[in-house]
Ligand binder design. Structure first.
Ligand SMILES: Nc1nc2c(ncn2[C@@H]2O[C@H](COP(=O)(O)OP(=O)(O)OP(=O)(O)O)[C@@H](O)[C@H]2O)c(=O)[nH]1
Ligand SMILES: Nc1nc2c(ncn2[C@@H]2O[C@H](COP(=O)(O)OP(=O)(O)OP(=O)(O)O)[C@@H](O)[C@H]2O)c(=O)[nH]1
Ligand SMILES: [Mg+2]
Ligand SMILES: [Mg+2]
Lengths: 292, 284
């Protein structure tokens, strides 16, 4: 395990010794390696390792804990520090509250839209309206209708309309005249480098002025997480991140990368395919996971 | 200017960053760098151009050859008159269903009789999605609607294919995370059931990987191989900024060739894997 790896890397440091530049060098390599294996971005891993070094230098290694254990503790604390911070709630208040989903292809937006509707209806007593704005993917609109039916949540769609902006605007009107107090807008998956599609989501956002914009990310994303998170943040300034498929065994380093690069809170995580598989984000659990 | 016999540290640092940032992973990056250092010690290099050439050769070496050699088109091996069965597997959302649509299109264009099997009976509107693809490509599809037993759909599909003298069968399966034992067992069952109709089926078990997946791809390849013996890889969404570097290590360690790459959401957006172009794209 990591603590043992660190122990081995320390140059013969017994209890009552101090951590110095000399004896910590090898274990810092192990820190960086652990992060890269966990898919943390290359630069983020370098910066993080530097922070850990600064935190570690000069620390006394007490007889009760090995230098390896102390290193793990420092890494853990630093990860929680970087990924935690204030718990920022979802902003679904408004008449109606409007939540806009965004993200790359296959990240889990449609599934999460259903989960969110379920959560807002059953945990927050809201009357949500799901909106099908993915006009491209085969059977995307049907997919959302199936979820809506399973949940007893209304789905607004218009298969004749090919402009997501018009669909979204009409949906808001429909929500107002049908006492829906939250609107959840599902959109098509898109690449950050697809200019036309990025303009589309900018336009959807401008036209409906959401109370909450979410960026949905697959937790097994590797080094590319930094690029897509940055671009989406620059273009649509999202309020929160959703990390999906955490029921897998990926270490999830993208969580650290995204948080440090765009400094937006991770609000929820997806933990399965069923509609109740939504959980709050726990930085401590994520830190454990990343360190493996 | 005599050939250098060592690679300078600065060059190695830069190389490490490029490879890691392309999701090649630490282990494979170390292996590549060691191979380069051996080559340089042996052959000497005259500068960045020569080193560049060595680098690209060494990475291409790690990419497993296709059984049919350097594939340049969408072809299938000779299966002596029985349908060639392709089972498509992978974790959730990677692009399996879309890849099947594109693949069916390529085979149909080359004159093959293709049949699709809608064995994802779990995810909302999964069968509808594949039906739309079968209509776009104009190929028959075998389906039993949602919540049917996936093995039964696969069985039906292979049986129909045999009866109709189809050339190619492509079975779509539900996305599943490789750490879910019951779902991986289901996959093994689907495979076994098809063997009742055609003992050699499935001839191809295609694992689809998302181009932006990180090191977890190794675990995916490992677990899916235990459940069903993967013998081909497809990597999708390479039209984005992700490099798909994980396939280098997977191909090398597990000796599985990459057959196809997905470069978009349209029917034409599928290419036969070309390892030299792939290596070039890592450095572009
Ligand atoms: N295991 C697991 N699967 C998930 C989770 N979230 C979504 N999925 C699955 O991931 C796949 C993709 O989910 P979708 O909701 O269709 O993803 P999407 O972002 O809407 O996809 P596009 O609209 O094509 O961009 C489906 O098979 C979902 O069931 C999760 O938290 N855990
Ligand atoms: N840009 C891009 N998008 C792709 C590519 N391949 C698939 N997609 C998109 O990725 C999303 C998921 O594709 P699907 O074919 O539904 O993936 P899947 O693996 O069948 O998903 P599940 O059955 O839910 O596990 C869709 O929005 C596709 O259009 C590709 O090569 N490039
Ligand atoms: Mg969707
Ligand atoms: Mg599918």
């Amino acid at each position: 395990n990591l603590s043992e790896k660190f122990d081995r890397a320390f140059k013969v440091l017994k209890g009552r010794g101090q951590i110095t530049e000399i004896n910590v060098a090898e274990s810092l390599k192990e820190v960086r390696r652990a992060l890269l294996d966990a898919d943390v971005n290359y630069k983020t891993a370098k910066d993080f390792t530097q922070r850990v070094k600064e935190k570690a230098l000069g620390r006394d290694v007490l007889t009760s804990v090995s230098p390896g254990q102390l290193m793990v503790k420092i890494c853990h604390e630093e990860l929680i520090n970087l990924m935690g911070g204030e718990m920022v709630d979802l902003n679904y208040q408004g008449s109606p509250g409007i939540i806009l989903m965004s993200g790359l292809q296959g990240s889990g937006k449609t599934t999460f839209s259903g989960k969110l509707a379920n959560y807002l209806k059953n945990k927050k007593g809201k009357n949500p309206l799901l909106v099908a704005c993915d006009v491209y993917r085969p059977a995307a609109i049907d997919q959302l209708h199936v979820l809506g039916e399973q949940l007893g949540v209304e789905v607004y769609s218009n298969k004749e309309e090919k402009d997501p902006v018009k669909i979204a605007q009409a949906a808001i009107q429909h929500a107002k005249s049908n006492s829906h107090n939250v609107v959840i807008v599902d959109t098509a998956g898109r690449l950050a480098v697809d200019e036309e599609m990025m303009v589309e989501i900018e336009n959807v956002k401008k036209s409906i002025n959401p109370t909450e914009t979410l960026f949905v990310v697959d937790s097994m994303t590797g080094q590319d997480a930094v690029n897509t998170a940055k671009t989406f943040n620059d273009r649509i300034d999202f309020d929160g991140v959703i990390l999906t498929k955490l029921d897998g065994d990926t270490r999830g380093g993208a969580a650290l990368t995204i948080k440090t690069v765009v400094d937006k809170p991770i609000k929820f995580v997806g933990t399965g395919e069923k509609m109740d598989a939504l959980d709050v984000f726990y930085p401590e659990r994520m830190a454990d996971r990343i360190l493996g | 200017i005599v050939g250098k016999s060592k690679v300078d540290a600065e060059v190695l640092d830069e190389l490490e960053e490029v490879l890691i940032s392309s999701d090649v992973g630490v282990n494979t990056t170390i292996k590549i760098i060691e191979r380069i250092e051996e080559r340089v010690a042996r052959d000497k290099y005259l500068g960045t151009e020569e080193l560049d050439k060595i680098l690209r050769e060494e990475i291409a070496e790690l990419l497993e050859e296709n059984n049919s050699g350097e594939e340049v088109d969408f072809s299938i091996p000779d299966t002596k008159g029985e349908p060639y069965v392709i089972m498509v597997v992978g974790v959730n959302g990677v692009g399996k269903t879309t890849t099947i649509g594109k693949l069916a299109n390529q085979f149909k264009r080359s004159g093959k009789k293709v049949i699709l099997g809608a064995a994802d009976t779990f995810r909302a509107a999964a069968v509808d999605q594949l039906i739309i693809w079968s209509e776009r490509v104009d190929v028959p599809i075998v389906q039993q609607g949602m919540e049917a037993d996936p093995a039964s759909v696969a069985f039906d599909t292979v049986q129909s294919a045999k009866a109709q003298g189809a050339d190619i069968v492509i079975i779509d399966t539900a996305g599943r995370l490789h750490n879910k034992v019951n779902l991986m067992n289901e996959l093994s069952k689907i495979k076994r059931v098809m063997q009742k109709v055609i003992p050699d089926a499935p001839h191809e078990i295609l694992l689809v990987l998302d181009g932006s997946t990180g090191q977890n791809a190794f675990e995916q390849a490992k677990q899916f191989s235990i459940a069903t013996e993967i013998n081909a890889l497809a990597i999708t969404k390479l039209d984005g900024t992700a490099k798909g570097g994980v396939v280098i290590g997977i191909s090398d360690q597990m000796k599985i060739p990459v057959k196809y790459i997905g470069v978009g959401e349209g029917i034409e957006d599928l290419q036969v894997f070309n390892k030299h172009e792939f290596v070039d794209s890592l450095f572009s």
